[in-house]
Design a protein around this ligand. Sequence first.
Ligand SMILES: Nc1ncnc2c1ncn2[C@@H]1O[C@H](COP(=O)(O)OP(=O)(O)OP(=O)(O)O)[C@@H](O)[C@H]1O
Length: 268
Amino acid sequence: MIELQDIRKSFGDKEILKGVSAVMESGKVNLIIGSSGSGKTVMMKCIVGLMDVNSGKILYDQEDFTGMDIREKMIIRQKIGMLFQGSALFDSMTVEQNVMFPLDMFGTGNLRDKKKRVQECLDRVNLTDAARKFPAEISGGMKKRVGIARAIVLNPKYLFCDEPNSGLDPQTSLLIDKLIKELTVEYNITTVINTHDMNTVMESGDHIIYMYQGVKQWEGSNKEIVFSKDQKLNDFIFASEFLRDAKEMRQMEMFQDNSWKDKLKKGE
Ligand SMILES: Nc1ncnc2c1ncn2[C@@H]1O[C@H](COP(=O)(O)OP(=O)(O)OP(=O)(O)O)[C@@H](O)[C@H]1O
C-alpha cells in the first residue's frame, strides 16, 4: 500500500501539487488520470522519489519514504518495478539482456539462476521464444511485454507504469492492460498507472484518481465513474458525443440489470 498525505510540490512560485492525499492499495490497479498539465507525471515522480516533495508525506507500507536517507530509499526502490513510456529498452541488448538488467544491477545469484528467472518472466508475458531477439526485431506490443518482464523480474511490491498503452492499437492495449491487471492480482502488487486511455480506465480502473490543476478532484472505481456527477470529471472523460452516448447506454444497461448495486456494495 502506498499512502500520500497532503503532498505539495512547487517549481519556483508555481504550485503544481496542491496538497494531494490518497491511498493506493495492494493487489489493485490504481490509475492517475487528468488532462495535460494537471500534475500526473510530477505526482508519479514524487512518489517514486525522482523528485522531492516540498511538504507532506509518502508512505510505502506505513514506512515514511519522504523521511528516509538515500540508503533507505534505495531499499524501497529495489521493490519498485517501472514500465516506462515507449518501453525504454536498450537497443543494443537482446530481449534476455534487457530483462536481466535489473538482476545485474540489484540481484544476486549466478548467471544460470538469472537466466532462469528471466525465462520465467518472459514465459509469464508470453514471450517464450523472444530471448535472443533485439528490440528492433519485435513489435511495439512485444516491446511493452519485454518492459513488463523487466519490471517484474525482481518481484516488485510496487509497479509504476507511465502511459503503458501509448503507441499501441486498441486490441494490443487491452492485452497489455489485462496482463498488468493479472500480475497485480497474482503477486499482490500495488500498481500505479499514469494514463489518458479511457479503455484502461473502464477495464482496469480498480481505483481512479482524477487530477485537476494539481488537486485530487475525484476518486472512485470504474464502476462509479459512469455515475459521477462531478462536472469537471465528466467534461474530461466524456469529451466526445460518442462517449456521452455510450455513458448513457451503460447507465441504462446497469440500471436494467440491477446487479450494479451489488457490485457497488461489494466494491467490484
Ligand atoms: N521540472 C519542472 N520544472 C518546472 N515545471 C515543471 C517541471 N516538471 C513539470 N513542470 C510543470 O508542472 C505542470 C504539470 O506537469 P506534468 O508533467 O505533471 O503534467 P501531466 O499531467 O503529466 O501532463 P501530460 O498528460 O501532458 O503528461 C506543468 O505545468 C509543467 O510545466
